[in-house]
Design a protein around this ligand. Structure first.
Ligand SMILES: C[S@@+](CC[C@H](N)C(=O)[O-])C[C@H]1O[C@@H](n2cnc3c(N)ncnc32)[C@H](O)[C@@H]1O
Length: 299
């Protein structure tokens, strides 16, 4: 009898396509720039030189990181992601195939149960640490620390609020800018980075929780847009945020300040180096939005 091929859930396929189309249009700093990847690759080369069969754990499924790792035939790559459709979408955005890559569906907060201790030479993630609430970061870091070898590396690329706080903007100014140049806001990087710069406005950023209250930000933005006479269509364009409603991660966006970030990290890791992009071609202040940390576990 002919073996029936297992059908991929159509709801998952819809989600996968949504993320594929969304992520295709996303650029740095929400996806790593070439310069970021070069910085990570320096560490990868070091590890490849020293180890016969290095093991790398990718938190999430960032295509650019996986493309870079695929160049090294001795590396065993493991991805860990809760969301299979997102991960499949990211795979479709890769330029190389990697037969040495394995996806483990799982939670980063419980992943120390999935692998032996001190198993990985590198644990790496880009732009996904913001998906975890700040009060859970200790647990997240403990999980990473258990899995990475004593002489291994953690490459942590994450947004930091300081670049937005250094370039504050008001709701009134955002809407005025939109009226002058709606085209500028069609670019995802421009629009979201502009909205993050509203962090300094009252009630938008919660310093204790280290998170942007995105629903409050949007409510106030809509109020201002209506006050300045924007059409419903324009309000929608200005406020559109991917995943909002469909994916609760984005209702509250957890972006820590540099001070808090460093103090939290130093409990578990030694900061070896920190790198920012020198220049961002789209939204200039976004260049130092992503903090690329190279860490070593404190064991
Ligand atoms: C913005 S999305 C994808 C882009 C991202 N650069 C990446 O790493 O793939 C973030 C991903 O993190 C995953 N994620 C969020 N919290 C997670 C957790 N606690 N454990 C495992 N994966 C998680 C989501 O499932 C999603 O696929």
């Amino acid at each position: 009898m002919k073996k029936e091929k297992k059908q991929y859930n159509p709801i998952w396929l819809k989600q996968e396509n949504f993320w594929y189309n969304l992520w295709k249009a996303v650029k740095s700093p929400w996806r790593p720039a070439k310069e970021d990847i070069k910085f990570y690759e320096k560490i990868v080369k070091k590890v490849v030189k020293k180890n016969k069969n290095p093991k790398v754990l990718v938190l999430g499924s960032t295509p650019e990181i996986r493309d870079m790792l695929a160049k090294y035939k001795t590396i065993e790559v493991t991805l860990i992601d809760l969301n299979i459709p997102v991960s499949r979408a990211m795979t479709r955005l890769m330029k190389r195939k990697n037969p040495r890559e394995k996806l483990i569906p799982g939670n980063w907060l419980k992943m120390d149960q999935l692998f032996p201790r001190n198993y990985f030479d590198i644990v790496i993630g880009h732009g996904n640490f913001e998906n975890i609430k700040i009060e859970k970061h200790d647990l997240f870091y403990i999980n990473i620390k258990h899995l990475v070898k004593k002489n291994g590396y953690v490459i942590m690329a994450r947004g930091c609020l300081d670049s937005c706080l250094k370039n504050p903007i008001t709701f009134k100014q955002v809407v005025e800018k939109y009226k002058k140049n709606p085209e500028y806001f069609k670019n995802f990087v421009n629009r979201i980075f502009m909205l993050y710069r509203l962090a300094d406005e009252p009630g938008v950023y919660d310093y204790k929780a280290q998170g942007l209250k995105f629903h409050i930000l949007l409510k106030k933005l809509i109020q201002e847009a209506k006050k300045q006479g924007l059409s419903d269509r324009a309000v929608k364009d200005l406020c559109w945020t991917p995943g909002l409603g469909a994916n609760t991660y984005y209702i509250e966006v957890d972006i820590a300040t540099e001070k808090k970030l460093k103090s939290m990290l130093q409990k578990h890791f030694k900061i070896i180096s920190l790198h920012h992009l020198k220049y961002h071609p789209v939204a200039e202040p976004a260049a130092d939005y992503v903090y690329n940390f190279i860490l070593k576990p404190k064991k």
